[in-house]
Design a protein around this ligand. Structure first.
Ligand code: ADP
Ligand code: MG
Length: 254
């Protein structure tokens, strides 16, 4: 198979030109970074697990009427998605205090928030993804007010659904980051969920033990990162019967 043209290489994925116009391929790498690249490493098998987990969650959200970019899985590390114009926002939804929220406001990690909090960060590595308000978003034209309303409503619906899904498998959805994009179809523009939903961009705690099952294990040098991602997939019921995900390289398939 001819090697496809690479459009972009990010920290966790590579984006290739898709087989049809209006599509791109997301290739999930094992590379992990934290603190906007300050720390980097490899988590063997992560790309395979995230590809699978994100596929599963996007499909389930799609069934709930949430529009997503996902089209179909191509192989263990790649999925075909609709090409969208990414809105340069990291939309963070929080149910429980953790990470930067805990630091910024001096709140103990693990405290449940009185209501779901939606935060926006400007997606810009050079600026370290600064926290912004809705006013910044509209003032700088990153999204129109109606788009922002749609984004917030979708983010809350995603949260409602995912909270229930994860609770059902003994996991607390502490917080997560979403990206949205604009998709044009027949002269109409729709906002759709894009990028990925995986333990790379969710905080997932075991409901019983509060044990971390996400990228914080990597950020905080706790070890057992791959095992934790695998356990998330296992609980979601998306691992093969033998419980092992084949994590061999698919370099040759690119
Ligand atoms: P980054 O280091 O910028 O986070 P990633 O490694 O996550 O990059 O690679 C994915 C990149 O592709 C991101 O910049 C993301 O915004 C973008 N992206 C995600 N989904 C789509 C899509 N459907 N169409 C176009 N670009 C996308
Ligand atoms: Mg990313």
């Amino acid at each position: 198979m001819a090697r496809r043209r690479q459009i972009y290489e990010g920290k966790a994925k590579i984006i290739f030109e898709g087989p049809e116009p209006g599509t791109v391929v997301q290739y999930f790498k094992d590379d992990a970074t934290a603190g906007n690249g300050a720390k980097s490493g490899v988590i063997t098998g992560k790309g395979v697990l995230n590809n699978r987990i994100s596929e599963y969650l996007m499909l389930r959200l799609g069934e709930m009427g949430i529009p997503t970019h996902f089209i179909r899985s191509l192989n263990m590390r790649e999925q075909l998605v609709r090409e969208v114009e990414i809105i340069p926002l990291e939309v963070v939804v929080r149910n429980v205090v953790a990470g930067s929220l805990s630091k910024r406001f001096g709140l103990p990690e693990g405290e449940r928030l009185p209501r779901t909090l939606v935060e926006y960060y400007y997606k810009n590595d050079a600026l370290n993804d600064p926290l912004i308000s809705e006013e910044h978003i509209v003032t700088f034209g990153w999204a129109h007010p109606q788009e922002l309303e749609e984004i917030q409503s979708l983010a809350l619906r995603v949260n409602d659904f995912l909270c229930g899904l994860f609770t059902g498998v003994g996991i607390t959805l502490v917080d997560f980051k979403l990206e949205f994009g604009r998709l044009w179809q027949d002269d109409e523009m729709r906002i759709v969920l894009a990028d990925e939903i995986s333990p790379d961009n969710c905080r997932l705690w075991d409901s019983q033990t509060q044990e971390k099952m996400d990228k914080d294990r990597f950020r905080r040098d706790m070890g057992g990162v791959g095992e934790a991602y695998q356990e998330v997939a296992r609980r979601l019921g998306i691992l093969p019967e033998n419980g092992q995900v084949e994590t061999v390289s698919t370099e040759g398939m690119r």
